[in-house]
Design a protein around this ligand. Structure first.
Ligand code: UTP
Length: 326
């Protein structure tokens, strides 16, 4: 049994601009966009709760946040459901799960991920904590955050989730440099000796990318404070971690499970389709619908017409459950 500090606090940064998802994110925080009927941020809070976290610190921007409203108790709806004799709860977190304390901190302007995390320092204090990026949804047997906490209990230091990516994809990720020769599907934690943000395939020190889950020792605070902003004026976590691993232990854990980068449009669509297919009520009708459009492509043919009939109604075919106005 390890005598390391128990990890009970999580930071979830949700104050970014979400520019890749505009115009949807002009007024609605990206983290509130729904995937299979549930806002992105709720997946991250649930993963934290399932990993033994008792306090989640959400970094948000603006005084009136939909995110705060989402996690506030839904008293009005609750009494309405009660009056209607409905046995359901408007509150998002499962009533059977361990109660979780949600706190908020402001990031006045989006000055980068490391800056967002440092806004939570007064609430985290001098103890190790985890960070979950809410636009990465993990589908795993053991929550990835829990995999990091378990590794930290064994080896100490800071620990981050990594995974091998295709050579053509290294330019989309923070890529780690590993001590010793890289092996495919390694078991156990790997020592990290450097990180580069979105390198070209020639400059990439490995093919292991960083995937939105971090366990950080409090030594990160000083490192972030000393990290310079990049040319866009943002303090990047990759840069801070690159310094951290020169001063202290940083390990990478190749996590088990599947992930979706729901922060860009294609990943968002994939997450919506695949997680909706996990819903027993949606699976059959959705599969039926998808196989229908894959074979007929009727909607894309319709949209390809010059003036497109974009204001016309697509009438439903026999067997369709709805008609759509484009
Ligand atoms: P991303 O880089 O994916 O989010 O940051 P973004 O900057 O909002 O998105 P794009 O690139 O413009 O489309 C990962 C997480 O970190 C948060 C984001 O809200 C997101 O959840 N973040 C990022 C902050 O809280 N503050 C920042 O300054 C930057």
């Amino acid at each position: 049994m390890s005598n390391r500090t128990k990890i009970v606090k999580a930071v979830i940064p949700a104050a970014g601009l979400g520019t890749r998802m505009l115009p949807a994110t002009k007024a609605v925080p990206k983290e509130m966009l729904p995937v299979a009927g549930k806002p992105l941020i709720q997946y991250a809070v649930e993963e934290a709760a399932a990993s033994g976290i008792d306090t989640v610190i959400l970094v948000i921007r603006g005084n009136k946040s939909l995110i705060q409203e989402h996690f506030a108790p839904g008293h009005d709806l609750k009494s309405r459901f009660y009056q209607q004799g409905l046995n359901k709860s408007p509150d998002c977190l499962c009533p059977d799960s361990k109660p979780i304390n949600i706190k908020y901190v402001q990031q006045e302007s989006p000055l980068g991920l490391a800056h967002a995390i440092s806004c939570a320092q007064p609430l985290v204090g001098d103890e190790p904590f985890v960070v979950l990026l809410p636009d990465v949804i993990m589908l795993t047997h053991e929550p990835v955050t829990s995999q990091l906490i378990r590794t930290h209990a064994e080896v100490g230091g800071s620990v981050i989730a990594i995974r091998e990516v295709e050579p053509q994809d290294v330019k989309r990720f923070g890529i780690v440099q590993l001590q010793g020769p890289a092996v495919s599907s390694p078991r156990g934690p790997l020592r990290i000796t450097g990180l580069i943000e979105k390198p070209s395939s020639e400059r990439a020190p490995s093919r292991f990318g960083v995937f939105g889950r971090y366990l950080l020792e409090p030594s990160i605070w000083n490192v972030i404070a000393q990290t310079h902003a990049d040319p866009r004026g943002e303090v990047q976590l990759t840069d801070a971690l690159s310094t951290l691993c020169q001063q202290a232990s940083l390990f990478g854990v190749c996590f088990d499970g599947w992930h979706y980068d729901a922060g860009d449009r294609m990943g968002y669509l994939q997450a919506n389709i695949e997680l909706s297919l996990e819903d027993p009520h949606l699976r059959e009708p959705l599969l039926h619908y998808l196989s229908g459009i894959a074979s007929s492509q009727s909607a894309s043919k319709f949209l390809a017409q010059p003036s497109g009939g974009r204001s016309q109604v697509l009438t439903s075919q026999p067997g369709d459950s709805s008609s759509r106005k484009l």
